[in-house]
Ligand binder design. Sequence first.
Ligand code: IZC
Ligand code: ZN
Length: 372
Amino acid sequence: VLRRVETEKSTDITVHDAEGRVVIPGLVDAHTHLVFAGTRALEYEQKIRGASYLDILAKGGGILNSVERTRKATHSELLDSARKRARTMVAAGSTTIEVKSGYGLSLEAEVKMLEVVSQLNSALPVEFVPTLMSAHAVPSEYEGNSEKYVEYMLEHIIPEIARRRLAEFSDVFCEKGVFSVEQSRRILLESAKWGMRPKIHADEIVPLGGAELAAQVGAVSADHLVAPSDEGIVQLADSETVAVLLPATSLFLGLAKRAPAREMIRRGVAVALATDFNPGTSPVMSMQLVMSLACSYLRMTPQEALTAATINSAYAVGRGERAGALEKTRQADIVIMDAEDFREVPYFMGSNLACAVIKKGVIVARDGNALF
Ligand code: IZC
Ligand code: ZN
């Protein structure tokens, strides 16, 4: 498909001919939980039969189900399964992928997860952005005592992860029955002191005030935002925080409620997109599918979806100056799509149109197959 037409040895430049196809920036997946053991296909059936996500979590399933299995898994088991999924993501056009911990919930197991992310970075020719998310759930050892777990995070997990430089960002699941707004604020401010910039799972299920908190603590992103308050949207618009919308999650859970993307864009919020790839609420690996959902489901235009999946999501992971756009000053992260018009990318919902994926000038996937 892709033909090398010329090599200028003197300048070491390789010229490729895309033969009239659409060329876009490498897609940036700004929110994933890529590293975990097992799946939650059984809970998928339970949810179809009527159980709610938060009920399953309150009974020790959900995130805690994945925690139990991830704690038991070895480094190499976690690395192998994450590598396999990363191949699928990259073959679909993602060249930068944010990855959260949060299925360890102890210092040892969070370190293990983030070491796997670091190993992915060394072993694979794409970029993984590590985020600490020990504030993903209250582990069963601390059941009914979330304050004690917060203290443990503040005293032990956050300083040690920062000291070992294992994460660039720190994220909190600010949600009813998980971490309150005040707990989230403490965790994020303490993380920021240690040099890990805040991110928040905000207003996903219940409107708690996560959007407002994101703006107040200067979060790099506020993610989900299915149920933000009007005030929260206004505060986000006045802030530097990027709103990362995750429409695959709403679709997978079969929820009618969707993030108010049009309202956010109208008010001037910077909107980005991500898969939210995780075993519980979004086993979706394709940013192309997420772009389709943003258009059909959130009423974003194809132009807005492309911006949201590239430059805005690059800013949401602190890579706004070097990824997310085709410019001389940036990395050559590029996807060649088998399309004549960029609108065909979201239009062919569920197909993979990426015929070549290029990371920093090197072809890393071709015709649906990763080359690693
Ligand atoms: O494993 O359920 N929402 N965290 C917050 C998730 C979804 C991931 C999971
Ligand atoms: Zn998430």
